[in-house]
Design a protein around this ligand. Sequence first.
Ligand SMILES: [Zn+2]
Length: 457
Amino acid sequence: MPLDLDQRKLFGLEYWVKHWYRYGLCFDRYSRLLQQTAAFSPQALQAFQNQHLKRMVGAAYRDIPYYRDLFSDLKLKPEAIQTAADLTKLPYLTKELVVANFDKLVSVKKRNFLCKVAKTSGTTGSPAQFIRSFNSINFENAAVWRQWKTGGDQGGKRRITLRGEVVVPMSQSKPPFWRFNPANQELLMCGFHLNENTFEAYLQKIMAFQPQILSSYPSNAYALAKYFRQHKISYRFDAVFTSSETLSPGVRQFIEETFQTRVYDWYGQAERVAAIGHCPKGTYHIQEDYSLVELSPMGQNFEIVGTHLFNEVMPLIRYKTGDLVKANPEQSCDCGSHFRTVASIDGRSCDYILTPEGYRISAANHIFHGVENVLEGQLYQDNRDCLIIKVVAASGFTEHDRAELIRNARENTSERMKIVVEEVDHIRRAPNGKFQSIVSRLPLDHNGPPETLASPA
Ligand SMILES: [Zn+2]
């Protein structure tokens, strides 16, 4: 299990530690800064970006061996990078390069005990790790809070979350399927346990708690909305905040109509090199003060390439996220923001695993967490009673690793499911070239317009 549930029960201690970490010492300062920059003119924004870009490139050259070598190979000095346009003098950075050069990409001088390591699982190509400075964690949280304020939550609203976290053990079949986080005053509900049989319990809890905000994966918010409609129950949220999966227009409309509110979607990634969020007009805006984003043409779409402006411990410059956006023909938005707009984000696969009990598992990370010798991994399902874990194994892959994968999968999915580990030479990419961590051939009900959706799982 990724979480030590017994420890978490102790006075919500983990929640308070997390809370302290996220809000840290610089949260207020960054929040004030981001309130100002949100109102900047295009010229002021450009000046802001260039100022921080120069600082970041200077720090990278000074403290990061990888960049010192790179600049030296290119016969460049950091002064050559004065503006965003100058970035094209440098090559792209990829996840493969980060994996191969990890030690050389971290500032030995700046790294301290407050830094956190973020790992991408083995499910998205080669696993990589990234170091986040304490300040950059505060900054991220300030950026997310600005988005929530845009959606009308100035803090203090009652909130339920339905995300990809296992809140209570998967083997638990009776409520409560939730836990209260006293640090954030939020009710963490387990998205995996929500189904036709458990909905009544969820509903009672929600009605007793009277939440004003729903913070959720799109697939979970959609599932919840579907049950409210089926049971003909009317409920209004002040706002729904979604993130971490692709939000399709049909799902968005369904959630908005059901809960008589607006959905504010947010795009980010473990590397934290780019963020995109909905404004009150429902337009996606690139958060121009969060990082420096280049849109690199790829077919009819654009790949998001990002450069850190606020992480001096492990600055990523021109990092290719692999996530795609569609251009917005309208370009501008009448919400008043001068941040660039995009029409849609085609980031992550929103397939999920369906268990025999009807649970929907949309996060594959837990299954590969801590398992050695897996180069790439993908969850595949074409039969509801069976889960296939496809792995491209490294030479040291053993029966122990295989057993570990099955154990992790069992804990995070279902006791009743058959779980098979299948070694493969290569994992096929999606037609758009993207790696998919979950592929399902079952008729999933989250992509089409609501009226054509299949019957509930
Ligand atoms: Zn707007």
